[in-house]
Design a protein around this ligand. Structure first.
Ligand SMILES: *Cc1c(COP(=O)(O)O)cnc(C)c1O
Length: 396
């Protein structure tokens, strides 16, 4: 580094103590020291020139190991989740796979919530079980049930809150305490809440995973996954898997995710207020059997959610009185809510879990009732979203 460059801080350290919105924009994102470009460059390169054999510039050697754009994203998300170590992957499931294989060994048992993302259950049940990992599921929102389901060989608890798609709420601090007392690793999939609304590491979890494809990216234009931990031993193992296997995010995908995260807090506020408006408008409609949204005062997890989240998020599920036929008709009749898998983008989406996102868990304990509709409420005009959902109900 030249003298000119050394007075610029490229590490983002200056913002480590800032508030969430400040860190979302600045952590790991110091301007480019060479040109002053306010946005750090996208390092679209596979390798790095060495000064002499083994003479690495800034520690960079080869793109599977490290890349400055990916480092910037990892530092950013680690900061937002309150952990010291972040790892970015090509997809959420690639991150989950790295975490699971880094921390579990044949003979270990994994206890998972009975309402997690279908792909997570498929990953463990179809790929890791044949390699000797035991799997069972439990009602994670019931701490007594969790305690009773722990076996001598249990090594990890895996939970999702709010859960997908039934919007169950798990008390993270209570389950983390049960897990720590039993010497288990506690992992939280924080995709639905995002760190803008919920920070599981501060509540006692060992690691957080994200599908960055959802709220972190936020614009339905990138796939990505993140693992964050404050535990050095977990970090060392996950970092080795990331390097040795290489399910990493590409520089351009890392850049798009960083770009999305800058507005994360604003988006989550609007997702939450729009979702609350939609949920409240649908309660009591004769075609609706039940609205599942933790922001509703009669939701069984409302008090826990109010305690551990700073907003109730953008996901709302509905049970329709007319069963499967009504659910399909609703999903095919909304206009602003577009029929697609995925969630967490600025645009609103409607999903029919039984045949779409959760088709892979049919016949398991995770099977989703066939009258359930899941809404990912976007950041469009609140009135348009409420009118669209009510219109589709009225047409049933
Ligand atoms: C989508 C999703 C995943 C998987 O992430 P991908 O990026 O699709 O691999 C994991 N957990 C939750 C809660 C999800 O919604």
């Amino acid at each position: 580094m030249t003298a000119d460059q050394s007075d610029t801080d490229h590490s983002g350290d200056a913002f480590r103590d800032g508030g969430f919105a400040t860190r979302a924009i600045h952590a790991g994102q110091a301007f480019d020291p060479t040109t002053g470009a306010v946005i750090p460059p996208v390092y679209q390169t596979s390798t790095f020139v060495q000064t002499h054999v083994g003479g690495l510039r800034g520690g960079y050697e080869y793109g599977r190991g490290t890349n400055p754009t990916r480092d910037a994203l990892q530092e950013l998300v680690a900061s937002l989740e309150g952990g010291r170590h972040g790892f970015s992957f090509a997809t959420g499931l690639a991150g989950e796979d790295a975490l699971l294989r880094a921390l579990l060994a044949p003979g270990d048992h994994l206890l998972m919530g009975n309402d997690v993302y279908g792909g997570t259950h498929r990953l463990v049940g179809r790929l890791l079980t044949p390699w000797g990992i035991g799997l069972s599921t439990v009602e994670m929102s019931d701490p007594d049930a969790v305690r009773a389901a722990i076996r001598p060989e249990t090594r990890m608890l895996w939970l999702e809150t709010p859960s997908n798609p039934m919007m169950k709420i798990t008390d993270i601090a209570a389950v983390a305490e049960i897990g720590r007392e039993a010497g288990l690793l506690v992992v939280v999939d924080n995709t639905f809440a995002s760190p803008a609304l919920q920070q599981p590491l501060a509540l006692g979890a060992h690691a957080v995973v994200h599908s960055a494809t959802k709220y972190l990216g936020g614009h339905s234009d990138v796939l990505g996954g993140l693992v964050v931990t404050d535990d050095d031993e977990v970090a060392e193992k996950v970092g080795f898997l990331q390097f040795a296997v290489g399910g990493v995010s590409a520089p351009w995908e890392a850049f798009l995710t960083i770009r999305g995260i800058k507005t994360l807090q604003l988006r989550m506020q609007r997702h939450s207020s729009n979702a609350a408006a939609v949920a409240e408008a649908l309660v009591g409609h004769p075609a609706v059997e039940r609205v599942y949204y933790p922001g509703l005062p009669d939701h069984p997890g409302h008090d826990v959610a109010a305690r551990q989240m700073s907003g109730f998020g953008g996901m709302v599920s509905l049970g329709l009185a007319g069963g499967a036929a009504a659910a399909r008709a609703f999903a095919e009749s909304t206009r602003v809510f577009q029929l697609a898998e995925s969630l967490g983008g600025v645009e609103s989406l409607v999903n029919y879990p039984a045949e779409m996102t959760h088709a892979s868990v049919r016949g398991t304990e995770l099977e989703v009732p066939d009258n359930i509709i899941r809404l990912s409420v976007g950041i469009e005009e609140e009135a348009d979203l409420v009118a669209d959902a009510l219109g589709a109900l009225d047409r049933l």
